[in-house]
Design a protein. Structure first.
Length: 163
């Protein structure tokens, strides 16, 4: 009987170690998801990143991508206060952490537009989301010089795409 418990105990240890290994592999693969690269920081402390794995270059010179906006302590506080001041948003924004933006850049025309915005809490829960429904020619804005948008343009558009 004693030997059976030893074999059972060894088997349980093996299963336990296997479960730990599987959990670690799962967590690492989940964390790897996006490859965020910074394109710059605004004077208000907002930093814009883009997901290099989400870049889609279309034949017409437009690049589709996902961008992530994070905020410094003071910038985050100001953004939260702005959102809370809007009656529709309420107190749930006290846990605000970052914004994901579906973004398009027309490299040749040096224009950009946002196609959707989602705000997230510190624990990764979506606080709200908004998608713009536009025609292909609508919603394009010139990229201002010396802006985060220009830094993004200069990062993802090659000189050939701008011609």
């Amino acid at each position: 009987m004693k030997k059976e418990w030893v074999v059972y105990g060894d088997m349980m240890k093996t299963i336990y170690l296997l479960l730990i290994a599987i959990t670690i592999v799962f967590l690492v693969s989940q964390a790897k998801g996006a490859e965020w690269a910074s394109t710059g920081r605004s004077p208000l402390g907002a930093e814009l990143f883009y997901d290099s794995e989400s870049l889609t270059k279309l034949p017409n010179g437009i690049i589709k991508m996902v961008a992530k906006m994070t905020y410094s302590g003071e910038g985050r506080k100001q953004f939260i206060q702005y959102l809370i001041s809007k009656e529709a948003y309420g107190k749930r924004y006290e846990t605000f952490s970052y914004t994901l933006i579906s973004y398009e850049i027309n490299c040749g025309m040096k224009e950009n537009r946002i196609t959707s915005i989602s705000n997230y809490s510190v624990d990764g829960q979506e606080l709200d989301s908004f998608a713009y429904k536009r025609q292909p020619s609508e919603g394009w804005l010139p990229i201002p010089p010396m802006s985060i948008a220009e830094a993004m343009h200069n990062t993802v558009c090659s000189p050939q795409e701008e011609e």
